[in-house]
Write a protein that binds this ligand. Structure first.
Ligand code: SF4
Length: 340
């Protein structure tokens, strides 16, 4: 029933409508999508889209970022505006500003936010001369940010921060995970003098579930199996995997693995199960991250209802004061990651 309602609107609106879906959406959503991708691919696609109505099947920071990048003729819709990101919510903009002011006493601190952050946080990053990054381009953007100040504040994901630091040759002794309690008053400024990288203590509620004991157990029971994980996982998990990378890298790793290989994939289970169906000549298993509760809030029922009510009053609205800085932060990332 919902399938037909969704397809009816798609037929009626034709090229005026684009449905974008994140890889972590269920098959019942992905089957309707015009474009499926990770955060970077979907953000980069917005300025190229000609559709007037863009329905974003993902979590709120993605739809808000899309609204910032959309032209004035385009409207962005979310089937469930309450689909939010636990990790992004760990870094509210008022607190990011407070902490940034506090750590800036130690020298020039460049903020670099993972795209899994609110547009308020992205705007603060541009305001302070920083930018944003995705899990694909985090090493490149960290290098860019380090060249612009004494140290970088990476947020909100401490795991992605630590894993990116390792790839960038930053020693553990040059990293400080910040104590953000008490509005940053617990942070000892003198302890930051020899630090290059300050990390916000956030984590992803899904990748947080992966742990090294599980991997050790799997290695013992499945010698020869390949393990690939997302870099939002704990650094100990990443160190034990055969490969760690963004969603796109996980997909290419799985595609390129030899036929009949056994692969355990440590990321959101909707993507893992889709890869399992796609590569039937390989033995693919989820590593145990499970499903994202918020991504799962997008359902065929609320997608159908959203599509049948594409009126301006239902579009995602963003604070116009945040738009110029947010756009600058994202455009800087797109420019740096395209090599311009
Ligand atoms: S999978 Fe993790 S980072 Fe992605 S939306 Fe869910 S909680 Fe946020």
């Amino acid at each position: 029933m919902y399938y037909d309602r969704i397809q009816d609107v798609k037929k009626k609106l034709g090229s005026e409508l684009a449905i974008l879906a994140h890889h972590y959406q269920s098959d019942s959503i992905v089957e309707h999508a015009d474009l499926v991708g990770d955060s970077l691919q979907l953000a980069a696609a917005i300025p190229e889209l000609e559709a007037r109505f863009i329905v974003f099947c993902g979590v709120d920071f993605m739809a808000e970022t899309a609204a910032v990048l959309a032209s004035s003729e385009q409207l962005i819709f979310s089937p469930d505006p309450e689909a939010t990101c636990v990790m992004a919510n760990m870094a509210p903009d008022y607190l990011v500003r407070k902490i940034l002011q506090r750590v800036s006493v130690s020298g020039k601190v460049i903020p670099l936010a993972y795209v899994n952050s609110s547009i308020g946080v992205k705007a603060i990053c541009a305001e302070y001369g920083g930018s944003v990054c995705t899990s694909s381009n985090a090493p490149l953007m960290l290098k860019w940010a380090l060249a612009r100040g004494d140290r970088v504040l990476f947020l909100p994901d401490k795991n992605l921060g630590q894993n990116t630091a390792r790839l960038s040759g930053i020693n553990p002794g040059e990293i400080q995970i910040l104590d953000i309690r008490n509005k940053g008053k617990n942070i000892r400024i003198e302890a930051l003098a020899n630090k290059k990288l300050l990390l916000w203590p956030g984590v992803c509620a899904v990748h947080f579930r992966l742990n090294k004991d599980k991997i050790m157990d799997l290695r013992r029971k499945n010698p020869g199996a390949l393990i690939v994980v997302h870099p939002e996982s704990d650094p100990e998990v990443v160190a034990m995997a055969d490969e760690a990378g963004s969603t796109s890298r996980i997909i290419s790793f799985t595609r390129d693995a030899p036929p009949k290989s056994t692969i355990f994939i440590g990321t959101e289970d909707n993507l893992v199960m889709r890869l399992k169906k796609q590569y039937r000549n390989k033995n693919i298993f989820p590593l145990g991250a499970g499903y994202c509760r918020n991504m799962a809030k997008i359902t065929p029922k609320n997608l159908a209802s959203c599509l049948e009510n594409l009126v301006p009053g239902n579009a995602v609205r963003v604070d116009s004061n945040l738009v110029p800085h947010t756009r600058k932060a994202v455009e800087t990332m797109l420019k740096v990651s395209s090599g311009d």
